[in-house]
Unconditional design. Structure first.
Length: 452
């Protein structure tokens, strides 16, 4: 009986050993097929990379990509102008120098592997009249040093993923670019998307890839940057500028950036948002960053930007460069407005509501401005949002600041006289209006005004 038990035990051990060997063989086979792993997956597989959480790093990487884009555009213009036979010698020399820029921010091994010259670099790896939109930036220290994963190197590798948007036909192309940054010399190099795809680079711990086998990035005339501490104003200006760029080149993405509840209530659907942008394209294109404020909350940071028309762009940031956007404080309940409104007297409530109404007009949100009008008044004088918009564009075509003058209490209604002045110009004509308002429950109200 003991012999039988021993045989059974040996058989079980053999089976376990065979299972372990098969598991190892299968695992090795899977690892040998690592070419199917995306760069992000292989970065994570190495467990040596994370999304960056430092705003200064983000802006440094973005600066390097901006230089890549600028040098590409300079090269395009230089090549066009060099075909002009009327150029003098000084102009020709200047354009030749423009051709040197791009090649000096590309690593030598990329240039050698792709057979890049000044004559073919634009076609091979340049950003060709495309807007660069960054989606995410991953950081790895280890994969660029002579000794694989040696953390003492001063060179960081940043994997940037995003979209290139053609400025002419608005077509989009996903990209992956690696930015190498030497933090001691404040220098950088770009490993372009074309090289990553051609070489099928996977930064996997098993492959032991060395992207850059030098201990530092040597300076030249084109690959340096100045470390800058990023301010809250820098963040506000970036968000504002990026949103305007999206409105120009990728309006669908701009719509997706809006807060979900806000866009449903304000616009209803993408088609209404697109029409609003088209109807107000001239003013939107002319909008300039004017001022800002920042509100810090427990779970998010709120960046409130204002343009010269006093239109608001409220970015609710929940993580680095991740946000949702609203374009006013009246579409959704606003905690600060509601709290102030509740403790105010009726005169102050009337002024706050008028100020909100003027904000609607300045924002060209005629639907919201129409909906707060007394129902009898709006039906007798307009009958539809479209006719109201036509009237307001003819009679109040500018953007206005409001000044409150005489006020009277007429029982259930209040009459507030106001003066409107164009906020974009000095010494303009002052328009006077009398607003008749009835206060409702909570923050509700209806109003009317004299039709001329």
């Amino acid at each position: 009986m003991n012999i039988i038990k021993k045989c059974i035990l040996i058989l079980i051990i053999l089976i376990i050993v065979i299972i372990i060997i098969l598991a190892v063989l299968i695992n090795n086979k899977e690892e040998s097929n690592s070419n199917a792993i995306t760069i992000e997956e292989s970065f994570n597989k190495a467990n040596k990379i994370t999304k960056i959480e430092n705003k200064n790093e983000w802006f440094n990487v973005q600066y390097c990509l901006n230089m890549y884009s600028r040098y590409s555009d300079n090269l395009r213009i230089a090549e066009m102008e060099l075909n002009d036979k009327n150029l003098n010698q000084q102009e020709k020399e200047y354009n030749e120098r423009q051709k040197e820029q791009l090649v000096n921010i590309i690593p030598d091994f990329v240039i050698e592997k792709m057979n890049i010259t000044q004559e073919n670099i634009y076609e091979k790896i340049a950003i060709k009249e495309q807007e660069v939109r960054i989606n995410s930036i991953y950081k790895s220290i280890q994969t660029v040093s002579k000794v694989a994963y040696e953390e003492s190197t001063s060179i960081n590798a940043y994997l940037v993923t995003g979209v290139l948007i053609n400025k002419n036909d608005f077509t989009k192309q996903e990209f992956k670019i690696i930015v190498l940054i030497d933090n001691i010399n404040n220098t950088f190099l770009i490993i372009p998307n074309q090289y990553i795809e051609e070489e099928n680079i996977n930064l996997s711990v098993n492959q032991n890839v060395q992207l850059y086998d030098e201990e530092q990035i040597e300076k030249n005339n084109y690959n340096t940057f100045i470390e800058k501490a990023v301010s809250t104003e820098d963040i506000c200006r970036k968000y504002f500028a990026d949103f305007k760029i999206n409105l120009t080149y990728d309006i669908q993405f701009a719509y997706e950036c809006l807060d979900k509840d806000y866009k449903e209530k304000r616009f209803g659907n993408f088609e209404n948002f697109e029409k609003y942008i088209q109807d107000n394209s001239r003013e939107i294109n002319q909008a300039v960053f004017s001022s800002y404020m920042v509100n810090n909350y427990e779970d998010y940071t709120e960046y409130v930007c204002r343009d010269q028309y006093k239109n608001l762009y409220i970015f609710k940031e929940t993580a680095l460069m991740e946000f949702t956007l609203t374009l006013d404080t009246y579409t959704l309940p606003n905690e600060k407005f509601t709290t102030t409104y509740e403790i105010s007297d009726n005169h102050m409530k009337v002024m706050m509501n008028i100020d909100k109404w003027i904000q609607m007009l300045n924002n060209r949100d005629y639907k919201a401005a129409y909906n707060v009008l007394d129902e009898t008044f709006r039906q007798n004088n307009f009958g539809s949002v479209e006719k109201f918009e036509e009237y307001m564009r003819q009679n109040l075509p500018l953007h206005y600041d409001v000044k409150f003058t005489d006020f009277s209490d007429q029982g259930q209604n209040y009459v507030q006289d106001i003066e409107l002045t164009d906020i974009t110009k000095e010494n303009t004509e002052v328009l006077t209006k009398s607003i008749v308002m009835k206060l409702g429950e909570e923050t509700d109200f209806v109003m009317s005004f004299k039709i001329q």
